[in-house]
Design a protein around this ligand. Sequence first.
Ligand code: HEM
Ligand code: HEM
Length: 186
Amino acid sequence: MDSPQQLSRSTVLLHWFVALGMIGLTAVGLYMSRAEVWFLYPIHKSIGVLVFGLILLRVVWRLRNGWPAQVAEGSPLEHRLAQLVHWLLIGLTLAMPITGMMHSGAGGHGIAIFGLQLLPSQHKPDAPGEALPYNQNVAEWGEELHEWLGYLLILTVMLHLAGALKHHWVYKDGVLRRMLGQRIET
Ligand code: HEM
Ligand code: HEM
């Protein structure tokens, strides 16, 4: 369990695996869709589904364990902002893979983890190269949301990073060191 002086190994490992996954998937997602690099699509989708598994574990862990106790440095407004950003980040870690799966799954493109099929693709009988959507509406919502929530994620992560660096360099407190697994004085 987390204590105000030290975060548990589960909190630290889950934070950094999910953070790396989210940042990597955002970079690859933006690149592959802009530059139309088709071979990256199944890789993005496979890793996205695997990271979703870790995200679900993390949400269960958060619900059981509560949020890490706040370190006292910073104004009440900054504490509120940090809380809001943490809620947004947890929400976006859930929303990104769900909307990605809506887009791919309902769009008829199929979902698989490195070849292990979870939802089959289906194709138009008269144009076998084109996907036949299971539900066009859900697929379009998924596509739009996946893109726009992706932009919101980038903005939120930048705020979060700025907050972490301000704690480390300006307040010189233990917020970042604690998330790196170190024991701190409170
Ligand atoms: C887990 C976290 C995920 C993140 C952070 C993420 C992030 C992104 C981003 C930022 C884009 C570029 C969007 C655009 O500008 O159009 C993208 C594209 C895409 N993502 Fe994800 N993604 C995730 C998971 C998934 C999953 C699980 C799937 C499906 C199983 C998926 C399927 C796709 C597809 C098909 C595109 C291309 C969209 C297009 O070409 O219009 N993503 N992703
Ligand atoms: C860019 C690099 C990152 C750094 C330096 C960083 C740093 C930190 C630090 C120091 C904390 C502890 C805050 C506290 O004790 O109040 C924290 C918590 C948190 N971070 Fe990050 N983070 C990063 C990326 C991310 C990303 C990409 C996500 C998710 C998309 C994320 C989600 C969270 C969440 C939800 C918390 C709340 C505590 C928890 O649930 O474990 N972080 N982060």
